[in-house]
Design a binder for this molecule. Structure first.
Ligand code: AMP
Length: 447
């Protein structure tokens, strides 16, 4: 093994071919659902200016900022760039910088890609992970909050996931939240000494976060804390009711959770989170989102209402695996071309080129024996092989063999796309162009 300095960085992982099928399913469903709701794909850079990202992750403390990876370039030591920890700030930047704000509103956008956070790695938490991120800009309609929630849930349902839980809350807006936060502080101040150190600190800087603290010693005080939903202004109360009406009408189940919050100042009104027990432990959140009407101004752009969500693909993949919904790893190709003899590379490549008209094809260019090639093809799981010796190559035919049944017959090169096009490959009885040979055990094709 090479030294550990050549191994992957801590907290990152390789997605191997066997797992990629599940990823494709997850990404494909994300794209389908997003498009079905009229969302268009946008791709923004992984590196963004430090200042944009710092403003985007908000003013709580250094805790979040510490998670940001700075990009160091030897050629430009002063460049202040970072690896994005989330997508939203970059998408907001792209929306204004490319004048999408001047186009028809709302702009419905989605993106898929890697995010980077220097957190302590643990099961379900990585330093590079991937998100499906959905943003709708330019409309304050509560209906859009319900729309993005319906999308998030629809995506998971399309994947066949069951047992996930949607939690919903409203955290008010600038009109009603400040007074509520005073009530919350007033409630917690006499209890400050009994809170854990982090919550003692939060009490004055970000009291809303006291509500989603998971520390055991802070739990007993939550039940008596004032609830934001009892203190919403009429406009926020109506927006919250509208979101619930729309979700009810869409048949989307949810739990109201008065302790669900987002710690950042630019969030307002709707917040939601989808979690799943199957992903387990403390990291059981699949995704979350809400309305962030204040973000554009926090980033220095014109005031623009917005709503959206971000979900973690690693965790959705994990949930699918745990629920045995992950597809089996596919074979690398449907057909392997096995030249049997010397000097057949050009002919084999041509056979493959022709057959690629209908199926995925790999060629075994090695110099090993046909028996060894058959064994390798069997192990790789190719459903079909096309065997060809020099005499067959000169007649432009192959022996097409179905690995599972051992049935084998001669097929002309030019007929391969048609012969292989039928779902699951050709069946000997369906194709009159070649005679069916008696089945031979795998590895004994001609040896
Ligand atoms: P957030 O952007 O923090 O609201 O996270 C949204 C979703 O991204 C979470 O619900 C997770 O599914 C996923 N996520 C966030 N951080 C990580 C991480 N470090 N590793 C894996 N997934 C993550």
């Amino acid at each position: 093994m090479p030294p550990s300095s050549l191994q992957s960085a801590r907290g990152v992982r390789d997605v191997l071919p066997a797992e990629r099928a599940t990823w494709e399913l997850v990404e494909g469903a994300a794209r389908r659902v997003a498009r079905a709701f009229g969302y268009q794909e946008i791709e923004t850079p992984i590196i963004e200016p430090l200042e944009l990202v710092e403003r985007g992750v908000g003013g709580d403390t250094d805790v979040v900022r510490k998670e940001i990876y700075l990009v160091h370039s030897r050629a430009e030591p002063d460049s202040r760039l970072v690896l994005r920890p989330e997508a939203t700030a970059g998408v907001v930047r792209a929306y204004f910088q490319n004048r999408l704000d001047a186009g028809p509103q709302p702009q419905r956008l989605y993106t898929l890609g890697p995010m980077f956070r220097h957190d302590r790695p643990q099961a379900g938490r990585y330093r590079q992970f991937h998100q499906f991120d959905v943003e709708a800009f330019g409309s304050g309609a509560a209906a859009l909050d319900a729309e993005v929630i319906e999308m998030a849930v629809g995506w998971l349902a399309e994947l066949g996931l069951t047992g996930f839980v949607l939690e919903l809350n409203s955290i008010g807006d600038d009109a009603c939240r400040p007074a509520y936060l005073e009530l919350l502080k007033a409630y917690y101040r006499p209890r400050k000494e009994q809170l854990d150190a982090e919550c003692q600190r939060r009490l004055e800087v970000n009291p809303l976060r006291l509500l989603d603290c998971k520390a055991p010693r802070c739990q007993p005080f939550k039940a008596g804390a004032p609830r934001i939903t009892d203190h919403l202004c009429p406009a926020c109360g109506e927006a919250f009711a509208e979101v619930r009406r729309l979700l009810d009408a869409a048949g989307v189940e949810y739990r109201l959770n008065p302790y669900l919050v987002r710690g950042l100042d630019y969030y307002s009104r709707t917040v939601f989170e989808v979690s799943h027990e199957a992903v387990g432990g403390a990291q059981n959140s699949l995704g979350g989102g809400g309305r962030y009407d204040g973000l554009a101004t926090a980033l220095g752009y014109p005031n623009t209402p917005a709503t959206g969500f971000a979900a973690g693909l690693e965790r959705v993949v994990l949930a699918l695996e745990r629920q045995r919904l992950a597809p089996p790893a596919p074979s690398p190709a449907e057909l392997a071309v096995l030249p049997d003899g010397e000097g057949l590379a050009v002919a084999a490549a041509r056979v493959a080129r022709i057959a690629r008209g209908s199926v995925r094809v790999a060629v075994d260019y090695s110099g090993r024996s046909l028996r060894a090639k058959m064994r390798a093809a069997h192990r790789a799981g190719y459903p079909w092989v096309a065997i060809m010796d020099p005499a067959e190559a000169s007649r432009e035919v192959v022996q097409l063999r179905h690995m599972a049944s051992g049935e084998q017959r001669e097929v002309a090169w030019r007929d391969l796309p048609l012969a292989l096009r039928t779902p699951g490959g050709p069946t000997p009885s369906r194709d009159a162009s070649g005679g069916v040979r008696p089945a031979m055990p795998t590895g004994e094709a001609r040896a």
